[in-house]
Every structure is written in structure tokens, then in C-alpha cells.
Design a protein around this ligand. Structure first.
Ligand code: ADP
Ligand code: ADP
Length: 227
């Protein structure tokens, strides 16, 4: 079943001589539970696309439809509610709060939402992410791989239906890279999340169900992978 659809999506930055057409009339449909990798050269439009999928920016024209709702019809407040409830973000930089420990960093989105943390679910994700013996450690006391696992926990804590990951392994060595992607893939299957991953690593991309190649703001290839 389709969870996400893009219709004639265009994003232009700047004007006049500075005008950049980052996305040129993109169309795309993604099904619930799919693991999609987006690859392409630097500057091809990958991050712009991911930001528009997650409600972090607004398109120049066209639509992003998630669960049959056109998300850019929302006002800014509604859009931020949508983001917090539906989307989990993982970025290259972990952006953990240095004075909060592992557990507090993971809980933060729920706390900021004035909601109660589901302790069983929290324990479950901390276990899956293999952070049990680090619960009360500060980010400065963790390795890069551990810090990225904390940021994955933070992305999952609100039980998102879509997880968007933008070069999440850009700061990790090859062993941690594999581990982090395997974890994202595992949690996506377990919690029935749709996973959309930006990477420039073609080996990582083949871990997905589907690889979409972007070039100069356009989708030039869309391939299903048999894993
Ligand atoms: P990628 O993620 O594939 O490296 P981006 O989506 O970041 O590509 O960028 C696509 C194009 O849009 C690039 O030419 C980039 O310079 C331009 N761009 C991205 N963000 C901005 C911005 N905020 N203002 C102006 N140009 C931008
Ligand atoms: P409700 O859950 O009944 O929509 P809320 O008080 O939680 O009420 O929502 C406040 C505002 O946020 C409303 O304008 C609502 O339309 C909007 N909103 C609620 N849920 C979402 C969502 N998943 N995505 C986007 N906007 C939402």
C-alpha cells in the first residue's frame, strides 16, 4: 500500500543569476514498509528531496502526499506536529545534547511533546540498539557508532511511520557503517516503518529493497533489488 507520493515536485533556490533548480518535476510513489536508498552525486538534489519528504522545507511547486494528506497544505504549526508524529530523522551529525545522558537524549522528542514515555518501548529500542550498559552515559563518553545509535533511538522514540536518514554513516568507519544500516533496516522491518536512506555508498545502497538514482534534480534510475 502506498504511504508516500510525490507529484510534480519542483524546488528552486535563489533567483536571477543565483537560481538553482535543485529538483525538477519529480514524481515518485513509495509503499508502506519499503526500504528505499537514494543515491547520486554531491549537489544532485538528494538532501533537498529528503527535506521536502520530511516537511522540513516547502517546495516551489508540486505536492508531497503522505497517508493521503498533502503535507504542504498544513500551516507551519501543523507541519511541525506532522513531523514529530510521523517522521524520524537521522542525520550525518548526531546532534545529541551534551548534558543529557543516553536515555534522556532518546526520550527528548517525547518529553518536548509533553507526552509520556512508553518505558517498555524505550527499553526495547535501547536493547535493540545495544545501548543498555550505556543508558546513563553522556554523549562525550560514547564512540561515534554508539552516538549514532543514540540518535537512531531518538528518531524512533515517537514511533514514526517513516524514517528519513541523510548520510547517517558519513562520520563512521566501515564496520560501524554496516552495523548502523543493519540496525535501521532491522528496526524498520520490526516496527513496520518505511525507511528512506540517502547515501553515496553504492554497497550500502544495495542493502535496500529499491535504489533511486538522482542526477541534476531528476530521477534517472529506479531499480528494485532482490535481497
Ligand atoms: P545533495 O544532497 O545531492 O548533495 P542538495 O539537495 O544539497 O544536493 O543540493 C542540490 C542543489 O541545490 C545544489 O546545487 C546546491 O548547491 C543547491 N542548494 C541546496 N540548498 C540550498 C540553499 N539553501 N540555497 C541555495 N542553494 C541550495
Ligand atoms: P487532533 O489529534 O484531533 O487532530 P490535535 O490537537 O492533536 O488534534 O492537533 C492540533 C492540530 O494539529 C490540528 O490542527 C490538527 O489538524 C493538526 N494535526 C493533528 N495531527 C496531525 C498530523 N498527524 N499531521 C499534521 N497535522 C496534524
Amino acid at each position: 500500500m502506498e504511504i508516500l507520493r510525490i507529484e510534480n515536485l519542483t524546488k528552486t533556490y535563489g533567483e536571477g543569476d543565483n537560481k538553482v533548480e535543485a529538483l525538477k518535476n519529480i514524481n515518485l510513489s513509495i509503499n508502506e514498509g519499503e526500504f528505499v536508498a537514494i543515491i547520486g552525486a554531491s549537489g544532485s538534489g538528494k538532501s533537498t528531496l529528503l527535506h521536502l519528504l520530511g516537511g522540513l522545507d516547502r517546495p516551489t511547486s508540486g505536492k508531497v502526499v503522505i497517508d493521503e494528506k498533502s503535507i504542504y497544505d498544513y500551516n507551519d504549526d501543523e507541519l511541525s506536529i506532522f513531523r514529530r508524529r510521523k517522521i524520524g530523522f537521522v542525520f550525518q551529525f548526531f546532534n545529541l545534547i551534551p548534558v543529557l545522558d543516553v536515555e534522556e537524549n532518546i526520550e527528548l522528542p517525547v518529553v518536548l511533546d509533553n507526552e509520556k514515555v512508553d518505558k517498555n518501548y524505550l527499553d526495547e529500542i535501547i536493547n535493540i540498539l545495544n545501548l543498555n550498559d550505556r543508558r546513563n552515559h553522556l554523549p562525550s563518553e560514547l564512540s561515534g557508532g554508539q552516538q549514532q545509535r543514540v540518535s537512531i533511538g531518538r528518531a524512533l522514540v515517537n514511533k514514526p511511520s517513516i524514517v528519513l536518514a541523510d548520510e547517517p554513516t558519513g562520520n563512521l568507519d566501515s564496520k560501524n557503517t554496516r552495523e548502523v544500516i543493519e540496525l535501521l533496516k532491522f528496526t524498520a522491518k520490526k516496527f513496520n516503518q518505511t525507511l528512506i536512506l540517502i547515501t553515496h555508498d553504492t554497497n550500502i545502497a544495495t542493502m535496500a529493497d529499491r535504489v533511486i538514482t538522482i542526477d541534476d534534480g531528476e530521477i534517472i534510475k529506479d531499480t528494485k533489488i532482490d535481497n
